[in-house]
Design a protein around this ligand. Structure first.
Ligand SMILES: [Zn+2]
Length: 411
Protein backbone atom coordinates (compact mmCIF):
# COMPACT_ATOMS: atom_id res chain seq x y z
CA UNK A 1 0.00 0.00 0.00
CA UNK A 2 1.27 3.43 -0.85
CA UNK A 3 0.60 6.84 0.62
CA UNK A 4 -1.34 8.32 3.45
CA UNK A 5 -4.67 6.87 2.45
CA UNK A 6 -3.21 3.39 2.62
CA UNK A 7 -1.70 4.05 5.99
CA UNK A 8 -4.96 5.31 7.43
CA UNK A 9 -6.78 2.22 6.30
CA UNK A 10 -4.39 0.21 8.44
CA UNK A 11 -5.52 1.78 11.65
CA UNK A 12 -7.83 -1.02 12.61
CA UNK A 13 -7.26 -4.70 12.63
CA UNK A 14 -9.17 -6.37 9.85
CA UNK A 15 -9.48 -9.92 8.64
CA UNK A 16 -7.44 -8.96 5.61
CA UNK A 17 -4.57 -7.71 7.76
CA UNK A 18 -4.78 -10.73 9.92
CA UNK A 19 -4.51 -12.90 6.82
CA UNK A 20 -1.48 -10.97 5.60
CA UNK A 21 0.08 -11.24 9.01
CA UNK A 22 -0.46 -14.97 9.16
CA UNK A 23 1.16 -15.32 5.75
CA UNK A 24 4.04 -13.26 7.01
CA UNK A 25 4.38 -15.33 10.13
CA UNK A 26 4.24 -18.50 8.09
CA UNK A 27 7.00 -17.13 5.91
CA UNK A 28 9.13 -16.30 8.92
CA UNK A 29 8.29 -19.62 10.47
CA UNK A 30 9.56 -21.45 7.43
CA UNK A 31 12.87 -19.61 7.75
CA UNK A 32 13.31 -20.47 11.39
CA UNK A 33 15.55 -23.40 12.21
CA UNK A 34 14.27 -26.11 14.54
CA UNK A 35 15.54 -25.64 18.08
CA UNK A 36 18.59 -27.61 19.10
CA UNK A 37 17.68 -30.71 21.07
CA UNK A 38 20.34 -30.38 23.73
CA UNK A 39 20.10 -26.74 24.82
CA UNK A 40 16.55 -25.52 24.31
CA UNK A 41 16.19 -21.76 23.93
CA UNK A 42 14.16 -19.95 26.55
CA UNK A 43 12.18 -16.77 26.82
CA UNK A 44 14.65 -14.88 28.98
CA UNK A 45 13.15 -11.40 28.97
CA UNK A 46 10.16 -9.41 27.78
CA UNK A 47 10.78 -5.71 27.25
CA UNK A 48 8.24 -3.02 26.34
CA UNK A 49 8.22 0.62 25.34
CA UNK A 50 4.80 2.16 25.28
CA UNK A 51 2.67 5.25 25.23
CA UNK A 52 -1.05 5.54 24.60
CA UNK A 53 -0.73 5.30 20.81
CA UNK A 54 2.35 3.15 20.33
CA UNK A 55 3.90 0.06 21.85
CA UNK A 56 6.89 -2.07 20.97
CA UNK A 57 7.34 -5.36 22.78
CA UNK A 58 10.56 -7.36 22.46
CA UNK A 59 10.62 -11.03 23.47
CA UNK A 60 14.17 -12.31 23.96
CA UNK A 61 14.90 -15.96 23.29
CA UNK A 62 18.62 -15.78 22.56
CA UNK A 63 18.61 -18.67 20.11
CA UNK A 64 16.44 -18.88 17.04
CA UNK A 65 12.96 -20.29 17.68
CA UNK A 66 9.85 -21.15 15.68
CA UNK A 67 7.03 -18.78 16.46
CA UNK A 68 3.60 -17.77 15.30
CA UNK A 69 1.54 -14.69 16.07
CA UNK A 70 -2.22 -14.36 16.14
CA UNK A 71 -4.89 -12.17 17.63
CA UNK A 72 -8.35 -12.35 19.12
CA UNK A 73 -11.11 -9.79 19.32
CA UNK A 74 -12.52 -8.77 22.66
CA UNK A 75 -14.88 -11.22 24.29
CA UNK A 76 -17.20 -9.15 26.51
CA UNK A 77 -19.08 -12.20 27.76
CA UNK A 78 -15.92 -13.63 29.24
CA UNK A 79 -14.63 -10.19 30.16
CA UNK A 80 -11.59 -10.60 27.91
CA UNK A 81 -9.94 -7.69 26.08
CA UNK A 82 -8.57 -7.86 22.52
CA UNK A 83 -5.39 -9.91 22.62
CA UNK A 84 -2.31 -10.51 20.51
CA UNK A 85 -0.52 -13.74 21.30
CA UNK A 86 2.75 -15.20 20.18
CA UNK A 87 3.34 -18.93 20.45
CA UNK A 88 6.98 -19.92 20.72
CA UNK A 89 7.71 -23.57 20.11
CA UNK A 90 10.42 -25.68 21.66
CA UNK A 91 11.32 -22.99 24.14
CA UNK A 92 11.42 -22.76 27.90
CA UNK A 93 10.70 -19.70 29.98
CA UNK A 94 12.43 -18.16 32.94
CA UNK A 95 10.41 -18.60 36.11
CA UNK A 96 10.48 -14.91 37.01
CA UNK A 97 8.71 -14.06 33.76
CA UNK A 98 6.08 -16.76 34.23
CA UNK A 99 4.73 -15.20 37.36
CA UNK A 100 5.17 -11.53 36.64
CA UNK A 101 2.78 -9.97 34.15
CA UNK A 102 3.92 -6.53 33.01
CA UNK A 103 1.06 -4.16 33.91
CA UNK A 104 0.74 -1.08 31.72
CA UNK A 105 -2.87 0.19 31.49
CA UNK A 106 -2.19 3.30 29.43
CA UNK A 107 -5.20 3.26 27.16
CA UNK A 108 -3.52 1.11 24.52
CA UNK A 109 -1.94 -1.73 26.44
CA UNK A 110 -3.39 -3.43 29.48
CA UNK A 111 -0.67 -5.95 30.31
CA UNK A 112 1.80 -8.45 28.92
CA UNK A 113 1.86 -11.95 30.36
CA UNK A 114 3.54 -15.22 29.50
CA UNK A 115 2.94 -18.84 30.33
CA UNK A 116 3.35 -22.42 29.15
CA UNK A 117 0.57 -23.10 26.68
CA UNK A 118 1.47 -26.75 26.40
CA UNK A 119 4.56 -28.86 26.97
CA UNK A 120 6.39 -27.49 23.95
CA UNK A 121 4.93 -24.04 23.62
CA UNK A 122 5.38 -20.80 25.50
CA UNK A 123 2.61 -18.29 24.85
CA UNK A 124 3.16 -14.57 25.32
CA UNK A 125 -0.13 -12.68 25.50
CA UNK A 126 -0.50 -8.94 25.02
CA UNK A 127 -3.80 -7.73 26.45
CA UNK A 128 -4.88 -4.57 24.67
CA UNK A 129 -7.24 -1.91 25.92
CA UNK A 130 -8.62 -1.49 22.39
CA UNK A 131 -8.26 -3.16 19.02
CA UNK A 132 -5.15 -2.04 17.20
CA UNK A 133 -3.04 -2.77 14.16
CA UNK A 134 0.10 -4.72 14.89
CA UNK A 135 3.07 -6.25 13.14
CA UNK A 136 5.36 -9.00 14.30
CA UNK A 137 8.85 -9.80 13.08
CA UNK A 138 12.02 -11.39 14.39
CA UNK A 139 15.57 -10.08 14.50
CA UNK A 140 18.54 -12.43 14.78
CA UNK A 141 21.79 -12.18 16.75
CA UNK A 142 20.57 -12.55 19.57
CA UNK A 143 17.16 -13.77 18.46
CA UNK A 144 14.24 -11.60 19.57
CA UNK A 145 10.64 -11.33 18.43
CA UNK A 146 9.39 -7.79 18.03
CA UNK A 147 5.72 -6.76 18.21
CA UNK A 148 4.89 -3.24 17.05
CA UNK A 149 1.39 -2.05 17.97
CA UNK A 150 -0.26 1.05 16.53
CA UNK A 151 -3.04 2.56 18.63
CA UNK A 152 -5.92 3.74 16.51
CA UNK A 153 -7.16 6.80 18.37
CA UNK A 154 -5.91 10.28 19.05
CA UNK A 155 -3.97 10.58 15.84
CA UNK A 156 -3.98 14.19 14.66
CA UNK A 157 -5.20 14.91 11.15
CA UNK A 158 -2.52 15.35 8.57
CA UNK A 159 -2.53 18.56 6.55
CA UNK A 160 -3.50 18.12 2.93
CA UNK A 161 -0.78 20.20 1.39
CA UNK A 162 2.88 19.64 2.12
CA UNK A 163 4.53 22.67 3.64
CA UNK A 164 1.49 23.98 5.45
CA UNK A 165 2.44 22.90 8.94
CA UNK A 166 5.84 22.80 10.64
CA UNK A 167 5.11 19.98 13.04
CA UNK A 168 2.25 17.77 14.06
CA UNK A 169 1.05 18.44 17.59
CA UNK A 170 1.25 15.43 19.83
CA UNK A 171 -1.34 14.41 22.41
CA UNK A 172 1.30 15.07 25.07
CA UNK A 173 1.49 18.71 24.15
CA UNK A 174 -0.47 21.22 26.20
CA UNK A 175 -3.58 22.76 24.67
CA UNK A 176 -2.32 24.45 21.52
CA UNK A 177 -2.18 28.20 21.50
CA UNK A 178 -1.90 30.04 18.20
CA UNK A 179 1.14 31.98 19.40
CA UNK A 180 3.08 28.90 20.33
CA UNK A 181 5.65 27.84 17.78
CA UNK A 182 5.85 24.06 17.62
CA UNK A 183 9.23 22.68 18.48
CA UNK A 184 10.67 20.00 16.26
CA UNK A 185 11.68 16.88 18.12
CA UNK A 186 14.92 15.30 16.99
CA UNK A 187 16.45 12.03 18.20
CA UNK A 188 20.17 11.71 17.61
CA UNK A 189 21.33 8.10 17.75
CA UNK A 190 25.07 7.58 18.18
CA UNK A 191 25.59 3.98 17.03
CA UNK A 192 27.07 1.15 19.11
CA UNK A 193 28.40 1.77 22.65
CA UNK A 194 29.43 -0.24 25.69
CA UNK A 195 30.40 -3.80 24.77
CA UNK A 196 29.88 -2.97 21.07
CA UNK A 197 32.74 -0.73 19.85
CA UNK A 198 31.53 -0.64 16.24
CA UNK A 199 34.29 -0.47 13.64
CA UNK A 200 37.85 0.09 14.88
CA UNK A 201 40.55 1.93 12.95
CA UNK A 202 44.13 0.82 12.50
CA UNK A 203 45.33 3.17 15.21
CA UNK A 204 42.63 1.99 17.59
CA UNK A 205 40.01 4.72 17.14
CA UNK A 206 36.56 3.31 17.92
CA UNK A 207 33.40 4.12 16.00
CA UNK A 208 31.33 4.22 19.23
CA UNK A 209 33.47 7.05 20.63
CA UNK A 210 33.55 9.12 17.45
CA UNK A 211 29.79 9.00 16.86
CA UNK A 212 29.04 9.88 20.48
CA UNK A 213 31.23 12.97 20.14
CA UNK A 214 29.55 13.95 16.86
CA UNK A 215 26.12 13.36 18.42
CA UNK A 216 26.88 15.63 21.36
CA UNK A 217 28.03 18.38 19.01
CA UNK A 218 24.87 18.07 16.92
CA UNK A 219 22.71 18.25 20.04
CA UNK A 220 24.47 21.34 21.31
CA UNK A 221 24.29 23.14 17.97
CA UNK A 222 20.64 22.24 17.38
CA UNK A 223 19.58 23.14 20.91
CA UNK A 224 21.26 26.54 20.64
CA UNK A 225 18.72 27.71 18.07
CA UNK A 226 15.78 27.05 20.38
CA UNK A 227 13.77 25.55 17.53
CA UNK A 228 14.45 21.97 18.49
CA UNK A 229 13.73 19.56 21.27
CA UNK A 230 16.83 17.38 20.94
CA UNK A 231 17.25 13.97 22.53
CA UNK A 232 19.88 11.28 22.28
CA UNK A 233 19.44 7.52 22.45
CA UNK A 234 22.66 7.45 24.44
CA UNK A 235 24.84 10.14 25.97
CA UNK A 236 27.42 7.81 27.45
CA UNK A 237 29.35 4.69 26.63
CA UNK A 238 26.52 2.20 27.07
CA UNK A 239 25.13 -0.62 24.95
CA UNK A 240 21.56 -0.17 23.70
CA UNK A 241 19.96 -2.82 21.46
CA UNK A 242 18.96 -1.59 18.01
CA UNK A 243 15.23 -2.24 18.51
CA UNK A 244 15.31 -0.18 21.68
CA UNK A 245 16.74 2.85 19.88
CA UNK A 246 13.84 2.83 17.40
CA UNK A 247 11.39 2.30 20.24
CA UNK A 248 12.82 5.28 22.13
CA UNK A 249 12.26 7.50 19.10
CA UNK A 250 8.73 6.21 18.54
CA UNK A 251 7.79 6.45 22.19
CA UNK A 252 9.21 9.97 22.35
CA UNK A 253 7.18 10.92 19.26
CA UNK A 254 10.13 12.55 17.61
CA UNK A 255 9.85 14.05 14.15
CA UNK A 256 13.34 13.21 12.93
CA UNK A 257 15.65 10.31 13.73
CA UNK A 258 19.33 10.50 12.77
CA UNK A 259 21.50 7.45 13.41
CA UNK A 260 25.24 8.18 13.35
CA UNK A 261 27.87 5.72 12.18
CA UNK A 262 31.36 5.50 10.72
CA UNK A 263 31.91 3.16 7.80
CA UNK A 264 34.63 0.52 7.40
CA UNK A 265 35.75 -1.62 4.52
CA UNK A 266 38.27 -4.34 3.73
CA UNK A 267 39.30 -2.02 0.92
CA UNK A 268 41.53 0.40 2.82
CA UNK A 269 41.15 2.95 0.04
CA UNK A 270 37.38 3.20 0.48
CA UNK A 271 36.53 6.70 1.72
CA UNK A 272 33.87 9.36 2.02
CA UNK A 273 30.34 10.02 3.17
CA UNK A 274 27.04 8.36 2.48
CA UNK A 275 23.60 8.65 4.05
CA UNK A 276 21.14 5.80 4.03
CA UNK A 277 17.44 5.19 4.27
CA UNK A 278 15.83 1.87 5.04
CA UNK A 279 15.23 -0.55 2.22
CA UNK A 280 14.64 -4.29 1.99
CA UNK A 281 17.81 -4.81 0.00
CA UNK A 282 20.94 -3.02 -1.13
CA UNK A 283 22.21 -2.17 -4.58
CA UNK A 284 25.61 -3.77 -4.06
CA UNK A 285 27.53 -6.25 -1.94
CA UNK A 286 29.37 -3.56 0.03
CA UNK A 287 26.14 -1.99 1.26
CA UNK A 288 24.74 -5.37 2.21
CA UNK A 289 27.91 -6.16 4.17
CA UNK A 290 27.73 -2.76 5.82
CA UNK A 291 24.12 -3.32 6.92
CA UNK A 292 25.00 -6.79 8.23
CA UNK A 293 27.89 -5.38 10.24
CA UNK A 294 25.80 -2.54 11.65
CA UNK A 295 23.05 -5.04 12.49
CA UNK A 296 25.49 -7.40 14.17
CA UNK A 297 24.51 -10.36 11.99
CA UNK A 298 26.00 -12.32 9.06
CA UNK A 299 24.84 -11.22 5.58
CA UNK A 300 22.81 -14.42 5.22
CA UNK A 301 20.63 -13.47 8.19
CA UNK A 302 19.49 -10.15 6.75
CA UNK A 303 16.57 -11.64 4.87
CA UNK A 304 14.07 -12.13 7.70
CA UNK A 305 12.71 -8.59 7.87
CA UNK A 306 12.23 -8.02 4.14
CA UNK A 307 8.46 -8.32 4.26
CA UNK A 308 8.06 -6.04 7.21
CA UNK A 309 10.21 -3.35 5.63
CA UNK A 310 8.07 -3.32 2.50
CA UNK A 311 4.96 -3.19 4.61
CA UNK A 312 5.95 -0.49 7.06
CA UNK A 313 8.23 1.85 5.18
CA UNK A 314 6.17 3.32 2.37
CA UNK A 315 4.61 6.49 1.06
CA UNK A 316 5.21 9.87 2.61
CA UNK A 317 7.50 8.65 5.35
CA UNK A 318 9.81 6.99 2.87
CA UNK A 319 9.83 10.02 0.57
CA UNK A 320 10.57 12.37 3.44
CA UNK A 321 13.39 10.13 4.60
CA UNK A 322 14.92 10.02 1.12
CA UNK A 323 14.68 13.77 0.96
CA UNK A 324 16.30 14.32 4.34
CA UNK A 325 19.05 11.78 3.61
CA UNK A 326 20.03 13.63 0.46
CA UNK A 327 19.97 16.98 2.26
CA UNK A 328 22.08 15.60 5.11
CA UNK A 329 24.66 14.07 2.83
CA UNK A 330 25.01 17.15 0.64
CA UNK A 331 25.30 19.44 3.67
CA UNK A 332 27.84 17.26 5.50
CA UNK A 333 30.04 16.98 2.41
CA UNK A 334 29.80 20.72 1.81
CA UNK A 335 30.72 21.64 5.39
CA UNK A 336 33.60 19.18 5.63
CA UNK A 337 34.89 20.10 2.14
CA UNK A 338 35.19 23.73 3.14
CA UNK A 339 37.85 22.73 5.68
CA UNK A 340 39.34 19.55 4.16
CA UNK A 341 40.34 18.95 0.55
CA UNK A 342 39.37 15.92 -1.49
CA UNK A 343 36.25 14.86 0.40
CA UNK A 344 34.46 12.04 -1.35
CA UNK A 345 30.71 11.51 -1.42
CA UNK A 346 28.92 8.32 -2.34
CA UNK A 347 25.60 10.07 -1.78
CA UNK A 348 22.16 8.84 -0.90
CA UNK A 349 21.90 5.07 -0.51
CA UNK A 350 19.56 2.36 0.75
CA UNK A 351 20.10 -0.77 2.83
CA UNK A 352 18.30 -2.91 5.45
CA UNK A 353 19.41 -1.38 8.75
CA UNK A 354 17.56 -2.86 11.73
CA UNK A 355 17.75 0.38 13.69
CA UNK A 356 15.45 1.99 11.10
CA UNK A 357 12.88 -0.84 10.98
CA UNK A 358 9.58 0.32 12.43
CA UNK A 359 10.61 3.96 12.86
CA UNK A 360 7.43 6.04 12.71
CA UNK A 361 9.11 9.26 11.64
CA UNK A 362 11.53 10.58 9.03
CA UNK A 363 14.63 8.48 9.66
CA UNK A 364 18.12 8.39 8.16
CA UNK A 365 21.46 6.76 8.94
CA UNK A 366 24.71 8.62 8.29
CA UNK A 367 27.97 6.81 7.52
CA UNK A 368 30.43 9.64 8.07
CA UNK A 369 33.81 8.60 6.61
CA UNK A 370 35.67 5.28 6.73
CA UNK A 371 37.53 4.50 9.93
CA UNK A 372 39.39 1.83 7.93
CA UNK A 373 40.95 4.54 5.76
CA UNK A 374 44.12 5.93 7.37
CA UNK A 375 43.58 9.49 6.23
CA UNK A 376 39.96 9.55 7.36
CA UNK A 377 40.74 7.85 10.67
CA UNK A 378 43.29 10.60 11.37
CA UNK A 379 40.75 13.27 10.45
CA UNK A 380 38.13 11.68 12.73
CA UNK A 381 40.44 12.56 15.62
CA UNK A 382 40.30 16.25 14.68
CA UNK A 383 37.79 18.52 16.31
CA UNK A 384 37.25 20.66 13.22
CA UNK A 385 36.45 17.57 11.13
CA UNK A 386 33.84 16.39 13.65
CA UNK A 387 32.46 19.92 13.73
CA UNK A 388 32.11 19.90 9.95
CA UNK A 389 30.09 16.69 10.12
CA UNK A 390 27.93 18.04 12.94
CA UNK A 391 27.39 21.36 11.15
CA UNK A 392 26.21 19.51 8.06
CA UNK A 393 23.65 17.45 9.96
CA UNK A 394 22.47 20.54 11.84
CA UNK A 395 22.03 22.56 8.66
CA UNK A 396 20.07 19.75 7.02
CA UNK A 397 17.77 19.19 9.99
CA UNK A 398 17.15 22.94 10.32
CA UNK A 399 16.36 23.21 6.64
CA UNK A 400 14.04 20.26 6.96
CA UNK A 401 12.28 21.78 9.97
CA UNK A 402 11.96 25.23 8.47
CA UNK A 403 10.48 23.91 5.27
CA UNK A 404 7.58 22.38 7.05
CA UNK A 405 7.88 18.89 5.74
CA UNK A 406 7.56 17.24 9.09
CA UNK A 407 3.89 16.55 8.84
CA UNK A 408 4.13 12.86 8.16
CA UNK A 409 5.20 11.33 11.44
CA UNK A 410 2.58 8.83 12.61
CA UNK A 411 1.56 10.62 15.78
ZN1 LIG B 1 28.07 1.59 13.01
Amino acid sequence: MEGEAGERVELTLTRRHLGALLLLCAAVLSLAAPPAADAAPAVSDIRAWTNEIYTRVAIDTGDEVSWQANSLRADPERNLPPRIFIDIRGAGIRDEILHKPVEVRNGLLRQIRAGRFDRDTVRVVIDLERESTYRVFALPGPFRIIVDIDGEGEIPALPNSPGSVAAVPSPEDPVPSPARKPRVRVMIDPGHGGKDPGAIGRTGLKEKDVVLEIGRRIREKLARSGEFDVRMTRDEDVFIPLEERTAMANKGRVDVFVSLHINASRNRKAEGFSTYVLSRGASNREDLELAARENGVPVGKLQGVKFIIDDMFTGARKNESLRLAKTVNDAVVRHVSSRYPGVHSTGLKQAPFYVLVGARMTAVLVEASFISNSREEARLRESSYLDGIADGVVEAVRYYGQNGILAHSDY
